[in-house]
Design a protein around this ligand. Structure first.
Ligand SMILES: Cc1cc2nc3c(=O)[nH]c(=O)nc-3n(C[C@H](O)[C@H](O)[C@H](O)COP(=O)(O)OP(=O)(O)OC[C@H]3O[C@@H](n4cnc5c(N)ncnc54)[C@H](O)[C@@H]3O)c2cc1C
Length: 370
């Protein structure tokens, strides 16, 4: 089949344009990587898949995730197999765009897709061009449309159920306090009152700075107040110097994995499909897995039905993994994450010691696989 039409130039859309040469991508903004929202934590797998593109953007490396309560008492230590990397998301998206263009894909900036009509014969899209404020209609046949318009995208919403499990993630940089934090450790804070349904984090990013953040259910009215309370506690405990957060950024986290991600000639990708690891909402590895599945299936298919069969087969392992992660997430939040860590994770940690796979933390698969 011919290379796809892609809607949305975030990580998912740009990775599609990068891996599938000859794609055409439409992005509504005039630059990629903005607004900045993501922490940029990824496994070694992501670095391997993207190669030098990702290597150029590495900002940090961490060996462990240390789970603490807000008294700073260590509840569990998770040693991450092959570690966790922090990448510069804005730089990575710019590099993906540049390299996708070098490889022959067309990236059309300032073009907003307003509407889409798909039938088995052809697919038509209406494009608002912000340069001349004109709306044009273009039709394609034998090309799938990859909709990667993100968690708030209105185009994907027409093809999937609206997510009910949305969180607002807030984070910002802070000067370190007197409390010693190992530069190779990420701290995850659990507290069922301050982080109901999620957790907080403190990530050393340089000798003097930390990235402090947390996420709260979108429907919660108290999100910003709880973020303030969290930073105040960290300041009192000496983790950070003062409670004012600099350069606050963040965004919506979708943890509602929805299996309805493919329709005739249409594939929903990335956050638009809820194609994320449900426990954290991390979408970079899962997006890449999906892109490689799309590429692999397009290369071998001559028409959409072949594509769909190949694509579903390719995705099966990650779907089972995400499904189990979803069940695990639901269980921990039913019990309360703090209670779960104190009573279950802690016991197994003491007796067994825990090594986790950052992407496949339930039934890990071989590291040779994507
Ligand atoms: C606070 C926070 C921290 C996170 N940390 C991590 C992390 O550490 N590791 C990790 O793996 N993941 C993390 N994530 C998740 C990760 O950022 C997302 O999974 C990822 O950015 C989703 O990429 P996407 O391309 O699917 O969507 P987006 O990045 O939202 O991109 C969608 C794009 O589509 C464009 N668009 C929308 N509608 C249209 C239209 N009609 N026409 C044209 N263009 C359109 C938008 O302008 C945008 O550029 C985090 C998320 C948040 C909020």
């Amino acid at each position: 089949m011919d290379p796809p039409i892609i809607i949305g130039g975030g990580f998912a859309g740009l990775s599609n344009a990068y891996f599938i040469q000859g794609s055409t991508l439409y992005e509504e903004h005039d630059k990629v990587g903005f607004p900045q929202h993501c922490t940029g934590l990824v496994s070694r797998r992501v670095i391997k898949i993207l190669g030098s593109l990702a290597e150029e953007t590495i900002l940090g490396y961490y060996k462990r995730i240390v789970i603490k309560d807000l008294e700073l008492k260590t509840l569990s230590i998770l040693n991450v197999r092959e570690g966790v990397y922090r990448v510069d998301r804005v730089k990575l998206e710019n590099l993906l765009k540049e390299e996708a263009e070098n490889r022959g894909s067309l990236i059309m900036m300032n073009k907003k897709i307003l509407d889409i009509n798909a039938s088995s014969k052809e697919t038509c899209i209406s494009i608002l061009d912000y340069y001349d404020h004109d709306v044009k209609k273009t039709c394609f046949s034998n090309r799938i449309i990859v909709i990667a318009d993100g968690v708030t995208g209105f185009i994907s919403r027409r093809f999937s159920k609206k997510s009910k499990d949305l969180y607002l993630g807030l984070q910002g940089f802070q000067e370190k306090g007197s409390y010693h934090i190992d530069p190779e450790e990420i701290i995850v804070f659990v507290d069922d009152r301050i982080f109901p349904g999620y957790f907080g984090w403190a990530i050393p990013v340089s000798e003097r700075k930390m990235l402090i953040g947390g996420a709260w259910p979108l429907k919660y009215r108290d999100k910003r107040r709880l973020m303030k309370l969290f930073t105040r506690i960290l300041m009192k405990k000496g983790v950070i110097k003062d409670e004012k957060i600099y350069n606050m950024f963040g965004g919506l986290i979708n943890r509602d994995f929805d299996k309805t991600f493919h329709k005739p000639n249409i594939v929903l990708a990335g956050d638009a499909a809820g194609f994320v690891k449900p426990f954290t909402g991390g979408g970079l590895y899962t997006s890449l897995y999906q892109v490689l599945s799309i590429k692999n299936s397009l290369d071998r298919a001559s028409e959409y039905t072949d594509f769909e069969n190949l694509y579903i087969r390719h995705l099966r392992p990650i779907i089972s993994q995400l499904y189990l992660q979803r069940k695990f997430t639901e269980l921990t939040y039913k019990i309360g994450l703090e209670r779960f860590v104190r009573n279950i994770l802690r016991i197994s940690d003491i007796f067994l010691g825990i090594e986790i796979d950052y992407d496949y933390y339930i039934l890990p698969r071989s590291l040779n696989n994507i």
